[in-house]
Design a protein around this ligand. Sequence first.
Ligand code: PGA
Length: 240
Amino acid sequence: MKYIVANWKANKTIKNVKEWLNEIRKTKIKVPKKVKVILCPSFLHLIIIKKELEAHPLSFNLELGAQNFSPYSAGTYTGEIAACMLSDLVEYVILGHSERRRYFKETDKEIKMKVIQALKHHIIPIVAFSKLNQVRLSVQGLKQEERKKVIFMYEPLKAISRQIGPIGVGRAAPLDQVVQMTKKIKKLFPKNKVLYGGSVKSHNIALYMTQPEIDGVVPGTASLNAREFIKLIKNAKTQA
Ligand code: PGA
């Protein structure tokens, strides 16, 4: 199974979301069974997208993920969204993205708490990392049965497209760097999937998707534009 996980970050109005879905629906793309396409919009858009997909299904199964949630259970945490609140809305959650670690000062300890919340509520955590130790800390102490559910996402900081702020230069990481890191992770955690994220576009997706060691990709910027996203899926499809 290969994964394409679209990370919309903090983008789009409700109108934009509907336009994006319409464009994707019109194109009737065929996605092979061995490719999973997961969309991670903001919390605000999740329920709208779920309802739209139920009312007007796409030509393929678009699964939903969150981009974050609270490290705590439901309760007296004003302004937070707890994992249990999302458990009937999403199947995945991106945790520990470098933008969250950097701009919101998320720590390895909090990320581990979120991984535990995700597993407790049957949401598959996609844990982002740029250093090997972040992977270890995110699953430390978990039983093998639980640990193997975690998907890791390698995001070398330099490779992320720059939108605002100092992260990233928008140049995708060289394939050998990604393969080397993936191999290291798989040596430590042979049962876990490892994805790559950082300036994945329609012109370079095949490079990563065709590598047997890499289980998929996480396009951010390229997923925002429906046409580019369709191209991206098509280019991945031919190779997957
Ligand atoms: P990008 O983002 O594709 O815009 O570089 C990837 C990510 O940060 O998830």
